[in-house]
Design a protein around this ligand. Structure first.
Ligand SMILES: Nc1nc2c(ncn2[C@@H]2O[C@H](COP(=O)(O)OP(=O)(O)OP(=O)(O)O)[C@@H](O)[C@H]2O)c(=O)[nH]1
Ligand SMILES: [Mg+2]
Length: 426
């Protein structure tokens, strides 16, 4: 099953609806993004309506006058549905459907749809189905006849889709089952993580707003073949590849799901273990689309999401990507980052500097050692070569002279007590 087949099935013509609650908010840009999301999900945008309102209408999202306007517009442009830019409450969804007699969708549903069509691993599928069912569960309360339409997305798809008409009791037991499966997957992931950390290879997580160029970066750096596309949420499942730094030290780079403003909380819950890749990383590479007029807001969303995930104490290197599309002379800043580099992941520009910086920062927590090894201990030098950074290596008559940075985790192993060697620490 490919997402493409399904996307072709129905042409949904939608009107985007947003509420602007004050001066200087970015509803228009948020709708631009919603249009991208709708396109990715397979819908054609045929109109936009923004209501200026102090707050979102609790019962119908927009006010009565605006509802009439949407209705009129829908008639004129032959719209089949509307997409609201915020997550609707079950009551708002129901009331709007009744008033408009159109398919009513919200941002959350569209993102869930996209995730559903992108999920490829069993973990991804479980996570999406769980998020879809929870979204739907909340909207089934007290509803009868309109059930089959409520909560349906664009061309309705995804692992959870065939269960659209499941009753609440079944949904509940399915959710419980999926949670158990997810726990199992999580356990496997934790085992893999602890294995990685025992081996003391540094892990670097690539994070960033969706479409910033994270997968492109991983591909260019490591020759990985992760799908890179000018679409939102091209990547859902984490991919990890080995990257060799200039000194020969090897690290693990992980590319994963992108962030977006108003990321549905059901998705954050369901995808927590995927999103938390960053939490277990030694350092973070933050990829920013520097060619986007929304760059600042996107960076803000990334940091906000990291904070929500409890990732607050990592070293961050920010990469201002897509420099080939940026006017010369513009110098973006990121005060949260240890270092920033301007790159073009697609054209490989600036990546040597990225590797150099990674090496420098990783070695800050390493220990500098200088000592002689007997030839019989040459295995220890292999270990240093693999996990540390070998600076000097000299083969002498009675042994090998070595100067190197080694991570604390292997410091004890490569500097055994019984060797009467000079040993300098910094
Ligand atoms: N011009 C230009 N385009 C780039 C550059 N890096 C990435 N892109 C393009 O940006 C789009 C998104 O790239 P991806 O690598 O898929 O982005 P991502 O961050 O992995 O996105 P998601 O997986 O959707 O979160 C693709 O069309 C890339 O070809 C760059 O340096 N310059
Ligand atoms: Mg990607």
């Amino acid at each position: 099953m490919t997402g493409f087949d399904i996307i072709e099935e129905v042409e949904e013509r939608v009107i985007l609806v947003g509420v602007s609650t004050g001066e200087g908010d970015d509803t228009a840009q948020s709708l631009d993004e919603l249009e991208e999301l709708a396109k990715t999900a397979g819908a054609v945008t045929v109109g936009r309506v923004i209501q200026n309102r102090e707050q979102i209408h609790p019962g119908t999202y927009i006010g009565t006058g605006k509802i009439a306007e949407v209705q009129q517009l829908a008639y004129e442009v032959e719209a089949t549905g509307i997409i609201c830019d915020d997550e609707l409450t079950p009551a708002q969804l129901k009331n709007l459907e009744e008033e408009l007699d159109l398919k009513v969708m919200d941002r959350t549903l569209i993102i869930l749809d996209i995730f559903a069509s992108r999920a490829s691993t069993s973990e991804g599928k479980i996570q999406v189905e769980l998020a879809q069912l929870k979204y739907r569960q909340a909207r089934l309360v007290g509803l009868g006849s309109s059930l089959s339409r409520l909560g349906g997305g664009i061309g309705t798809r995804g692992p959870g889709e065939k269960k659209l008409e499941m009753d609440r009791r079944l949904i509940k037991s399915r959710i419980a089952q999926l949670n158990r499966e997810l726990d199992e997957v999580k356990r496997h992931r934790e085992v893999a993580r602890s294995r990685r950390s025992r081996k003391s290879t540094a892990v670097i997580a690539i994070v960033g707003y969706t479409n910033a160029g994270k997968s492109t970066l991983l591909n260019t750096l490591t020759g990985a073949q992760v799908l890179e596309e000018d679409k939102l949420f091209a990547t859902l499942d984490p991919t990890t590849r080995i990257l060799e730094l200039p000194s020969g030290q090897e690290i693990l780079l992980t590319d994963t799901v992108g962030f977006i403003r108003k990321l549905p909380h059901h998705l954050i819950d369901a995808f927590r273990s995927t999103l938390e890749e960053a939490k277990y990383a030694d350092m973070i590479l933050h990829v920013v689309d520097a060619s986007s007029p929304q760059m600042d807001q996107q960076m803000y969303v990334v940091y906000d999401t990291l904070k929500n995930l409890g990732v607050t104490d990592k070293k961050i290197v920010t990469l201002f990507n897509k420099q080939d599309k940026v006017e010369d002379g513009y110098l973006p800043r990121d005060l949260k980052a240890e270092k920033t580099v301007r790159i073009s992941a697609k054209w490989g520009e600036g990546l040597e500097e990225v590797k150099k910086i990674l090496e420098e920062l990783l070695n800050e927590k390493n220990v500098l050692i200088e000592r002689f090894y007997d030839y019989k201990d040459a295995g220890l030098i292999q270990l240093i070569r693999k996990y540390g950074q070998l600076l000097e290596e000299e083969y002498l008559g009675d042994g090998i002279h070595v100067k190197a940075y080694v991570p604390m985790e292997i410091y004890g192993t490569v500097t055994p007590e019984n060797q009467k060697m000079k040993n300098r620490e910094e």
